[in-house]
Design a protein around this ligand. Structure first.
Ligand code: FES
Length: 271
């Protein structure tokens, strides 16, 4: 949604919002960007029932269709948007597939070595923190090591390594969780140096560790931080970025996003 709309509805990036039409409602996480027109919202179609708690956008669209083309009114559905009153938010990476069906909001996606998920709940954050170590059923391996961190404000993190490899990690907070998601996904299933396992609880790469940032080019798994680094080193066109990091050189669907990074020179570290 557009930043002006987000401001007027009291919605921040990562908040869970309820989008309601005359035919149904969905729960989705808010992305706030000036690229979205004011007064309208965009919701992706990909979140089906096996991968989300309540995000099948089809339920918002009426069953009537254009009499000639058969096209449903996908782009002309009036909706109401409001912030859902979630008490906590969490981000999870896990080798075993998690069962998240007990939570009011969740969205689950496959990764190379397991799963990643966004979760949110309307119960007390302390209850979630108490139950988090039981969130993943991994058959209780004998060589499991667990680590936890409590930030003193209700938020925290919990992780488990099995035979030295990251099996799962959960990060939670009263506000939408800010961690390096793509970097955490990359750590999953990887051997973790005993001296630096605790550092994973921060949810970010330590000094000297590469963090590719949010994935921009899915074909080559190139992240925003890799692209902005290429820009810092002189790549000043989409093609030049492609020469350095391959991004944009296969299907091409990421080229407009790379172009936007070039135009806005948005070289913040991405999460
Ligand atoms: S997503 Fe970047 S080339 Fe396909």
């Amino acid at each position: 949604m557009h930043p002006d709309d987000a401001l007027s509805f009291g919605i921040e990036i990562g908040d869970v919002v309820r989008v309601t039409s005359a035919t149904g409602s969905v729960l989705v996480r808010a992305s706030v960007t000036p690229r979205q027109s004011k007064g309208s919202v965009f919701v992706p179609i990909h979140w089906t029932a096996p991968y989300s708690s309540c995000a099948e956008v089809d339920v918002l669209v009426g069953s009537h269709t254009d009499p000639i083309s058969g096209q449903p009114e996908l782009k002309f559905t009036p909706v109401r948007v409001e912030r859902a009153p979630m008490q906590w938010h969490a981000f999870l990476v896990s080798v075993p597939k998690p069962d998240l069906t007990a939570f009011p909001y969740w969205a689950l996606a496959r990764t190379k070595c397991g799963w990643r998920a966004e979760i949110a709940g309307d119960g007390p954050i302390a209850s979630f923190a108490e139950s988090v170590k039981d969130l993943i059923d991994d058959g209780e391996p004998t060589e499991a090591e667990t680590f936890s961190y409590d930030n003193g404000l209700g938020g925290g993190s919990h992780m488990q390594c099995n035979s030295g490899k990251l099996d799962h990690a959960v990060f939670w907070s009263a506000k939408p969780v800010e961690v390096a998601r793509a970097w955490l996904v990359d750590q999953l299933g990887r051997e973790q140096d005993p001296a630096s396992r605790y550092a994973l609880l921060a949810g970010r790469a330590g000094a000297g560790q590469p963090d590719k940032g949010a994935i921009v080019c899915s074909c080559f798994e190139v992240g925003a931080n890799q692209i902005t680094q290429a820009m810092r080193e002189g790549a000043d066109t989409v093609d030049a970025v492609g020469v350095v990091v391959n991004a944009g050189t296969n299907c091409g669907s990421c080229r407009s996003e790379i172009g936007r990074l070039l135009v806005t020179a948005d070289i913040r570290e991405a999460v």
